[in-house]
Design a protein around this ligand. Structure first.
Ligand code: ZN
Length: 446
């Protein structure tokens, strides 16, 4: 009787399992058909992982030569900029080209774009900027597909297979689509994105519940959010299904956060470095080596610690020797993981802080950074909590902030945080002794 009963259950389980496998295969096929370019790029990127360091260097040089010649021939800004520089057909010395400052991007954005593109072939994107200076840039679907392929390659480092479920905790409101279209996209991509710019114990419980019921194998999000969720999981002693990897992004991952996340989710934390304007810059491997994806980005570190980035694929609006405001340095030597990609380490200029609302909620720097998305007249900003219910915003701008924009910002803070906002225009925002600009200063840190 016992065996009959258990056999019956096994049959049901087998049927359920094979249905799930079939569904996963079907979704995977739909997704490949919908995004053929992405999977083609992914195949190329995965091939590059088996190159030697020397072969990668040569590939990078070839891609760099192509981009520089493309930019010189297609973009007014680079045409003017490179006019007095001898550029050989191949083997261009990167150090003879000028550094691209953020101010250059702000001033010459339109002239940096490929002038031959039809007006419906590109869009304008925004970045909050990890160093407190918002920026806008042009992009197209190809840039997005390359970025997504690069992300998929990164996910492979934890053992993720295309089609396996990914759960994102995103702090940027503009990134989250809503409605049926999003749900279909999420269904075939096996990927879900949670709005995580603000949350309480209730949301944390719901997210942990979703991990248990939906069973993603990969979690991705801001370090501070993953850390909060991890602490919730540990506090409640929740048992979670197996997770292959947690991907931390957009904020500095502190050692304490890493330990908490790894013990809560029982897997390695992979720290990513990238930005909207130049995605997929570097990824940390299982051995803790931060590897630069030198087949998508040429990263240089200067003597003063500033990083320079050259996108090797972006032809809508090329970024060549772009000083994005981050600091770090390239490191010599090999990594035990065997990856041919060169090693680097990050400086700590992406440090941040947390704003505490009067009713005990915590808001992360990313929330504030994205408040100013699209405000291109702002060249620098700094939020500071000055009272239990008060925040001051210091702005360096190229012109006066529009009254309706100021009203909008104040309303958002009043409605969503129950806090007052005071806006001041200043000539400059002084840097602390460390030299590292902080764009959000919480109260606890004075
Ligand atoms: Zn490694």
């Amino acid at each position: 009787m016992y065996s009959r009963f258990s056999r019956g259950r096994i049959t049901v389980n087998r049927q359920a399992t094979s249905t799930l496998v079939l569904l996963a295969v079907l979704k995977q096929r739909l997704h490949r058909r919908r995004k053929p370019q992405r999977y083609q790029y992914l195949a190329g990127l995965l091939q590059n992982e088996s190159l030697s360091a020397g072969q990668l260097d040569r590939l990078r040089q070839r891609m760099f030569d192509d981009i520089v010649h493309f930019a010189t021939n297609h973009c007014d800004f680079y045409q003017r900029r490179h006019a007095g520089i001898m550029l050989p057909t191949s083997g261009i010395d990167i150090t003879v080209l000028p550094v691209l400052e953020k101010a250059d991007v702000r001033r010459h954005r339109d002239a940096m774009r490929d002038r031959d593109l039809a007006s419906d072939a590109y869009r304008l994107g925004h970045t909050g900027g990890s160093t407190g200076k918002p920026l806008s840039f042009y992009y197209n679907d190809d840039k997005t597909e390359r970025m997504r392929a690069g992300m998929m390659r990164s996910y492979r480092w934890c053992g993720w297979e295309p089609g396996e479920k990914i759960l994102n905790f995103w702090g940027a409101r503009q990134d989250i689509e809503t409605g049926l279209k999003r749900r279909y996209k999420e269904f075939i991509a096996a990927e879900r994105t949670l709005a995580a710019w603000e949350f309480s114990e209730r949301e944390l419980a719901a997210w942990a519940g979703l991990i248990r019921s939906w069973r993603p194998v990969l979690l991705q999000g801001y370090a501070s959010i993953l850390d909060e969720l991890a602490r919730h999981v540990l506090r409640r002693r929740l048992k979670l299904p197996p997770i292959k990897g947690v991907y931390s992004t957009a904020e500095i991952l502190h050692d304490g956060q890493r330990e908490t996340i790894e013990s809560a989710f029982g897997c390695h934390v992979f720290n990513q470095y990238g930005s909207r304007e130049v995605p997929n810059i570097a990824l940390e491997c299982r051995y803790g080596g931060l590897h630069v994806f030198s087949d998508t980005v040429w990263l240089e570190s200067q003597a003063d610690g500033r990083l320079l980035l050259t996108s090797l694929t972006d032809r809508v609006m090329p970024f060549i020797r772009y000083a994005n405001g981050d600091t770090g340095r390239l490191k010599d030597g090999d990594c035990p993981c065997g990856s041919p990609f060169p090693l680097m380490e990050m400086g700590l200029c992406r440090a941040n802080d947390i704003i505490h609302t009067p009713d005990g909620r915590r808001f992360y720097p990313s929330w504030f950074i994205h408040l100013l998305d699209g405000q291109t007249s702002i060249t620098q900003f700094q939020f500071e909590q000055t009272a239990d219910d008060g925040i001051s915003l210091r702005l360096v701008t190229t012109g006066p902030l529009r009254a309706e924009d100021a009203r909008g910002l104040k309303k958002r803070l009043r409605d969503e945080l129950d806090m007052r906002l005071e806006i001041t225009r200043v000539a400059e925002i002084p840097r602390p002794a460390s030299g590292k600009h902080r764009f959000v200063i919480g109260r606890s840190s004075g």
